[in-house]
Design a protein around this ligand. Structure first.
Ligand code: NAP
Length: 326
């Protein structure tokens, strides 16, 4: 990637014209390679592949596509995966019972649950049922708390991807003014905490924010996760801003983000496209989290031998995003 060698100074030097594209695909491919190596190490250690269980409760078209991509990615790197459909009447008790069974299954190292859940099932009850050690998408309160306190738990993969794409593209974060639009528990807030951890000065905006444009104009780094196509336009941006568009929306049958790409790319210095930006990286990081969970569980087995090599390549994909991490 020729563009990856640009210095942070280059990012801000680009004014007007076309922004540099921050592509998730090449970074995701690098991560998948590291995961595939880690899967082999795990297999040599335990005699079997690491495993992911995807719990499906009712059918929902968009998330099913998302899940299909995860299953395909698992196949690419040698992770075993199971679609666990909650059969019969999908009551809260039934769903939590299925999750508890998966918690106890030594072949299952990570669990993700299809969202959204049917309205009759409380999200909190389902999340609480997941063993935090298998919560590879960082939705359990324990992992959320670890992130908040700066410890090394599992990160929500999308928020992780939003910050990791900046780090791996050589964008300077430290000391810069970052604005996150969106405060959800799975994307906006964890992205904001990660940016603080990277020493950015962070403002979080939401639907009740007065004068969103004023805050957005201040952003040297802008992360948008609102679920509203076209919410952010080029005229709202500071010249030279770096824009990470997390939004995924379907408009006239086309996938678009929350940022009006054409106007934004003329003002920003760098921008993630939709599709092709944060999305592919989210998927790859989820696999990295799974590999890390699997090794951690093997390490915790009584009498486990010391890991045969360090797992910096994959482990770092979920480490505190500290300087020096690869
Ligand atoms: P969410 O739970 O609906 O949260 C949306 C957030 O945006 C809320 O905090 C909301 O504020 C805020 N918001 C809504 N309208 C706004 C406005 N007009 N101005 C300012 N803030 C506004 O959504 P989410 O789960 O965080 O997802 C956000 C987006 O990311 C969606 O498009 C989703 O599809 C996408 N996503 C992408 C990936 C990926 O891999 N790229 C993964 C997951 C999600 P309030 O809190 O005040 O309601």
């Amino acid at each position: 990637m020729a563009s990856a060698s640009r210095s942070p100074a280059d990012e801000t030097a680009v004014t007007g014209g076309d922004a540099r594209l921050l592509l998730g695909g090449p970074i995701a491919a690098e991560i998948r390679l590291a995961v595939a190596e880690d899967v082999e190490v795990y297999r040599a250690r335990t005699g079997h592949a690491p495993g992911l269980a995807v719990v499906i409760v009712g059918r929902d078209a968009p998330s099913t596509v998302y899940l299909q991509q995860i299953l395909k990615a698992c196949d690419l790197v040698g992770i075993r995966r199971w679609l666990v459909e909650v059969e019969g009447e999908a009551t809260e008790g039934r769903v939590t019972e299925v999750i508890r069974t998966l918690n106890e299954d030594p072949l299952v190292n990570g669990i993700i649950v299809q969202m959204p859940l049917p309205p009759s099932i409380r999200l909190g009850a389902v999340i609480d049922a997941i063993d935090p050690a298998k919560d590879i998408d960082g939705i359990h309160p324990l992992n959320a708390g670890l992130l908040r306190l700066g410890y090394d738990g599992f990160l929500p993969a999308t928020a992780h991807a939003a910050v990791e794409i900046l780090r791996r593209s050589g964008i300077e974060i430290e000391g810069r003014r970052a604005v996150v639009v969106g405060r959800s528990a799975v994307v906006g807030m964890p992205a904001a905490f990660l940016l603080v951890r990277e020493n950015a000065t962070v403002t979080v905006c939401h639907s009740r924010t007065r004068d969103l444009k004023h805050h957005v104009k201040d952003a040297e780094i802008l992360v948008v996760a609102a679920g509203h196509p076209g919410l952010i336009t080029g005229s709202m941006l500071r010249r030279g801003a770096v824009v990470v568009d997390v939004g995924i929306n379907v408009v006239d049958g086309k996938l678009v983000g929350d940022v009006d790409f054409e106007s934004a790319r003329r003002v920003a210095s760098a921008i993630t496209p939709v599709p092709g930006g944060v999305g592919p990286l989210t998927n790859a990081l989820l696999l990295a989290h799974l590999a890390r969970a699997a090794h951690a569980q093997a390490d915790a087995e009584p009498g486990a031998a010391a890991p045969s090599r360090t797992r910096a390549s994959v482990g770092s994909a979920n480490q505190p995003l500290t300087r020096g991490a690869t």
